[in-house]
Ligand binder design. Structure first.
Ligand code: COA
Length: 210
């Protein structure tokens, strides 16, 4: 694929017609195989699936314009999320000196479910990296969460510790490290540690890129 013109890209939610292409891209981007049921999740209400597209130029032998996916992000919203709960408790401990005695006590005794959003996968095609597309996919996910899942204040993910590019990318996008999880991934029969990164999304995301 030639270097693309950023004015020609657009973002939209993924649908059933995009699944085959999404699968091929995941085979290219990730060292593990995802099951068919993984891709069917794109259609679920609690999954935010956003793609970045460009249209192929019509040529005489193929006059129809075709949409091509150049980046995609899949995130799952969990209404009662363990990690989001852990982050929220950590935040409450840090700010407890600012709370009144009564609200501090309330925060200790309430076990209200804490919703969180988990990035399952994010990828951009090789030829289109370092153009800001990954960042825009994150921003768009945050915008959808802020609009459609207002109670959700945490976006998080795991990255295998050797994927330094991805770690740098998330840190650049203001994700913080929560912890290292040992042997989180098994890739070709070998275990690998993962870094758990999260971002507070209670502040509004930049304007829509749709
Ligand atoms: C990680 C990934 C999604 C980043 O997408 P991208 O569109 O290239 O990212 P952006 O252009 O928005 O990068 C934003 C910032 O992240 C950092 N970054 C991204 N790629 C980097 C690289 N190869 N080396 C160093 N820093 C990098 C930079 O700070 C960059 O800003 P800059 O270009 O102004 O310096 C892409 O590299 C990818 O698809 N990798 C393969 C799949 C993967 O590992 N996914 C993540 C795990 S789910």
């Amino acid at each position: 694929m030639d270097r693309i013109n950023l004015n020609n890209i657009y973002f939209r939610k993924l649908n059933a017609k995009d699944i085959k292409e999404l699968k091929d891209l995941h085979d290219e981007w990730f060292p593990m195989n995802y099951s068919d049921s993984f891709y069917q999740r794109v259609l679920k209400k609690n999954v935010i699936a956003v793609g970045c597209f460009v249209k192929s130029l019509p040529v005489p032998e193929n006059p129809e314009e075709k949409e091509i996916i150049i980046g995609a992000i899949l995130s799952k919203v969990r209404p009662n999320d363990e990690v989001a709960g852990e982050i929220s408790r950590q935040r409450n401990r840090q700010t407890s000196f600012l709370l009144s005695w009564a609200s501090w006590l309330r925060s200790l005794i309430t076990c209200a479910p804490v919703p969180g959003a988990y990035i399952m996968t994010l990828g951009v095609v090789d030829e289109c990296r370092r153009l800001g597309i990954g960042t825009k996919l994150i921003d768009e996910t945050i915008r959808v969460l802020n609009q459609e899942w207002k109670a959700c204040q945490v976006l998080y993910l795991h990255v295998v510790t050797y994927n330094e590019t991805a770690i740098r990318f998330y840190q650049r996008n203001q994700f913080l490290t929560l912890k290292i999880e040992e042997d989180h991934y098994t890739i070709m029969d070998k275990n690998y540690n993962a870094i758990l990164l999260y971002k507070d999304i209670s502040a509004p995301a930049p304007d829509s890129v749709f």
